[in-house]
Design a protein around this ligand. Structure first.
Ligand SMILES: [Mg+2]
Length: 385
């Protein structure tokens, strides 16, 4: 079966209305979250205050010559749309839509000239996910069956949220909180993080996993001083403490602070970046993003690299979307999945993509419908011009 077209499309998603009144506004609207740009004090650590920081997701539709179609989603808007339309689509149209490994290798080989990661790997992700959805529909099987079949009954999720009371009420038993400080703030930043971690432990106690997510805003010196001070709080992992290029720095933190695991990967793209992390002993947990780092095919290869080294792969935001749910269902060394909980406390959880199961008591069972089980009708798909 040949690929007839690969197109970036717009999808009219249903408006989700609720009559419930929230208890309060979500942490996602006001919690300080440091990012690399906060090196400069002119940029606020509050959400949505960085100009031009557009991370719009885009949809990709692949259609086979018999009219069967699949959809995938990836990040980063216009540059990615251009890469798909101008580089990937002309390369893949007319080829066998079932040959995902071959199609991916074509994209990978043409992407080296563009630096492989960033725009190229994000575009590759959207196309790869759409191809898996299409293959699942053509074979009338859920994607996790095509990946080798289920390795667990359901997926255990942790909640990424500072609304810990709400996360607990929803039945989560593992939690990841934000990080308020950038290394440029020195000791006052360290004190702010300690207070934040202390408050979290007061709410959830010491019997449950707690993680912290600095999102590239530490340097080695700040990280080591902080991790020494928060050692009594027994955190499960510190996530992405350094910028992705500082692999030696990650390895140094991992060696000098063995009481806490180093998790990283959402800003590392493609299998080669993860091989580097593993070979240099720079990470305990690999966290590829399926919408940025090359898609599901690449994530399974990253999982194999980790599995061979005895390291778990827990994709970034994996439990929020069908793509990560199908990964987690089929990947042996993926003991839990991240659920990013950014909705207002008191409002029942809803999925951002129709047909995507939401966690119940911290567990998810993916859709058994063909492909990724995304419930979108063709009439709601609008082709972009
Ligand atoms: Mg993260």
């Amino acid at each position: 079966m040949k690929i007839k077209s690969i197109k970036v499309v717009r999808i009219k998603l249903p408006d989700i209305k609720t009559t419930k009144i929230p208890d309060r506004s979500s942490w996602a609207n006001f919690s300080k979250r440091a990012m690399p740009l906060n090196y400069y004090s002119e940029f606020s650590r509050l959400p949505q205050k960085i100009p031009g920081n557009k991370l719009d997701n885009i949809w990709v539709k692949t259609t086979a010559e018999d009219g069967t179609w699949g959809i995938g989603q990836c990040g980063f808007g216009d540059p990615v749309i251009s890469f798909i339309n101008n580089i990937i689509s002309p390369l893949l149209v007319g080829r066998n839509c079932m040959a995902i490994e071959y199609l991916n290798d074509l994209i990978m080989k043409v992407s080296y000239r563009f630096g492989s990661s960033g725009t190229a790997s994000t575009a590759m992700s959207g196309v790869d996910l759409a191809l898996w959805d299409l293959k699942g529909k053509l074979m009338q099987q859920p994607v996790y069956t095509l990946l080798g079949g289920p390795v667990r009954e359901s997926i255990s999720c942790y909640a990424t949220s500072d609304d810990l009371d709400w996360s607990k009420e929803l039945g989560f038993t593992k939690f990841k909180i934000s990080n308020p400080a950038h290394y440029i703030e020195g000791d006052s930043g360290i004190r702010e993080v300690i207070t934040h971690v202390d408050n979290a432990r007061k709410i959830i106690g010491f019997d449950q996993d707690l993680m912290i997510n600095p999102v590239m805003s530490y340097n080695v010196e700040f990280a080591l001083r902080l991790l020494n001070k928060i050692k009594p709080y027994s955190l499960r992992w510190v996530e992405e403490p350094l910028i992705p290029t500082n692999i030696d720095g990650l390895a140094e933190i991992r060696k000098k602070a063995p009481w806490i695991a180093i998790a990283t990967g959402e800003d590392h793209h493609g299998r080669h970046a993860f091989l580097d992390l593993v070979e240099k002993k720079a990470a305990d947990i690999l966290q590829p993003d399926l919408q940025w780092g090359g898609g599901l095919t690449e994530a399974m290869k990253i999982h194999s690299i980790g599995e061979s080294a005895g390291i778990a792969t827990i994709p970034h935001g994996g439990a929020n979307l069908p793509f990560g749910q199908h990964f987690a269902m089929a990947a042996v060394e993926s003991p839990m999945a991240e659920f990013w909980l950014g909705s207002d406390p008191g409002i029942p959880l809803t999925a951002s993509i129709p047909g995507t199961p939401i966690p119940i008591n911290g567990k998810i069972t993916p859709s058994k419908e063909p492909g990724f089980g995304i419930e979108i009708e063709e009439k709601d798909i609008v082709e972009k011009t």
